[in-house]
Design a protein around this ligand. Structure first.
Ligand SMILES: Nc1ncnc2c1ncn2[C@@H]1O[C@H](COP(=O)(O)OP(=O)(O)OP(=O)(O)O)[C@@H](O)[C@H]1O
Length: 358
């Protein structure tokens, strides 16, 4: 069931158009990640959904309530939107206990004490904080503070939970765990969550759906698997994954296949965006690090290269390969015996894009 509809939201700030027509849908029991580079407009879009920013143009429906309709002049304030908000900083009140932090909004809304206590205890228990209700935020770890912030957002039983970089203040191990339990919680509670993040791993692991933003526009929209394996632009291909970028000239194009090359190398690739890809034009290919195999002999679509260095990463080795100006990174399971190697890349893994004029 659709809990959130956002259509054509446009927002100007300081004379600049920050959002250029963003649309999305959020389903009950699912997580949509807003992913994109710094400044792409993720937080602004989240703030528009929350009602903390007023878009000049657009339509937003949360549950069965119209929160924004610019044509009809409807603009609900945040407290009437049935949303829960979790900020990166957690924004807990230092002089209030955990219970008071979680219950403050309920108190403002005039919920009676018995009901309030029951709801606070129930959400604290659910997130494993039942025994910490009388502590102050300074007496909690970072991970516990983050859970309190989530409890505070969930205690209203919102239709939509908005999470703005909620994991970025946690260390790497806690962040990995939090991805897992937040996802589980949202699916169990059957609410719709919108997660703002600039961390691709977080978006891939936690979300059901990813919207990739660039300069205030949604440039790709799909499941994590779609976005990772089938990027439609250089920005999308380069934003996700660990990549090599091969810059060269188009040598030939046949349908959806192209050959690109540079000084002493050439590769057969798959055309991902045909605009302007004609022989002689500049081209750039994205090659995921995990798609390169290092071989000992020459072969089709293999480039002879020098092994510049091998770095031991614990669970694998990283090879730094070079041929003149052309460099590649690849991974493998052991130290390589020779310094003369062949980078082996299947043509379908060489994603060829035009070079856009700046
Ligand atoms: N009040 C403001 N006045 C003018 N420009 C603003 C204002 N707030 C944000 N911006 C600009 O809007 C653009 C989008 O900002 P936003 O915070 O939404 O991006 P973001 O994708 O969330 O980035 P980050 O990951 O760095 O938080 C940025 O270029 C930012 O400088």
């Amino acid at each position: 069931m659709t809990e959130l509809i956002v259509e054509n939201v446009q927002k100007w700030l300081g004379g600049l158009q920050i959002l250029k027509g963003a649309s999305l849908k959020g389903e009950r029991g699912s997580i949509v990640a807003l992913l994109g580079a710094s400044g792409s407009g993720k937080t602004t879009l989240l703030r528009c959904i929350a009602g903390l920013e007023q878009p000049e143009i657009g339509y937003i429906k949360i549950g069965d309530k119209i929160a924004l309709d610019s044509q009809k002049g409807i603009q609900l304030p945040p407290e009437q939107r049935n949303i829960g908000l979790v900020f990166q900083s957690y924004a807990l009140w230092p002089h209030r206990t955990v219970k008071e932090n979680v219950g403050y909004g309920l108190k403002l809304r005039g919920v009676n004490k018995a009901d309030m206590d029951r709801r606070i205890q129930s959400i604290l228990d659910r997130l494993g904080l039942g025994h910490l209700g009388d502590r102050y935020p300074s007496q909690l770890s970072g991970g516990q503070q983050q859970r309190v912030a989530i409890c505070r957002a969930l205690v209203y039983e919102p239709r939509v939970l908005l999470l703005d970089e909620p994991l970025s203040n946690l260390d790497a191990k806690l962040r990995e765990e939090a991805r897992y339990w937040i996802r589980k919680l949202i699916l169990e509670l059957e609410i719709c969550a919108i997660l703002v993040t600039h961390d691709q791993t977080e978006a891939l692991a936690a979300a059901d759906h990813i919207l990739l933003l660039q300069n205030g526009r949604i440039v790709q929209d799909g499941t994590p698997h779609d976005i990772y394996t089938n990027p439609t632009s250089f920005y999308a291909a380069d934003f996700l994954g660990a990549n090599n970028i091969a810059r060269g000239k188009v040598l030939s194009v046949h349908g959806d296949q192209a050959v690109i090359g540079g000084d002493g190398w050439q590769l057969n690739g798959a055309v991902r965006d045909p605009s302007g890809l004609v022989p002689g034009a500049d081209a750039q290919a994205v090659i995921r690090v995990e798609q390169i195999r290092v071989a000992n002999e020459p072969g089709t679509n293999r480039i002879e290269m020098d092994l510049d260095d091998s770095l031991y990463l614990g669970d694998r080795w990283e090879y730094r390969l070079r041929r003149g100006d052309f460099t590649l990174k690849a991974h493998g399971g052991q130290r390589l015996p020779s310094t003369r190697v062949y980078a082996d890349i299947a043509p379908q893994d060489v994603w060829v894009f035009p070079v856009q004029a700046a």
